[in-house]
Design a protein. Structure first.
Length: 134
């Protein structure tokens, strides 16, 4: 298996292991799970599930991993800085977009209280889970 940060081949000790060492895991954790630091922000060959602008720094973030649940902040550092001094931060307009996992419809979210990240509606959610039940 290849390390998601440095690209070095390694033998994983657990099924969920993605990084070859503690250093690579810490790097990914501090930089918002950013893989391949020398590759830019594009991920060739991987479908982009959703994209959004970080509320703290304004950086455009592309989510390509199904297990990545980020919707507002690019990294833990930005989230910690945001909540440490929330009064100093000017609220940015939320704009994120994603494709529905069931129907493929492009969904644009502008309301900060809208929690949708994968499905466009409850009906699509129910349809997907009923179809993919084991």
């Amino acid at each position: 298996m290849k390390c998601a940060v440095c690209g070095k081949e390694f033998e994983p000790k657990r099924v969920s292991q993605r990084y070859c060492s503690y250093t690579c895991r810490r790097y990914a954790n501090h930089h918002g799970g950013k893989e391949h630091p020398i590759g830019g922000d594009t991920f060739p060959g991987q479908p982009i599930i959703r994209k959004f602008h970080c509320v703290k720094c304004g950086k455009l973030v592309y989510i390509t991993d199904q297990n990545d649940c980020r919707t507002k902040f690019c990294s833990q550092q930005c989230e910690k800085r945001y909540w440490k001094h929330p009064g100093r931060v000017h609220s940015r307009t939320v704009h994120r977009e994603f494709r529905c996992r069931t129907c493929g419809k492009l969904v644009v979210v502008k309301d900060p209280l809208d929690r949708r990240t994968v499905f466009c509606s409850t009906a699509c959610c129910v349809r997907w889970f009923s179809k993919n039940q084991k």
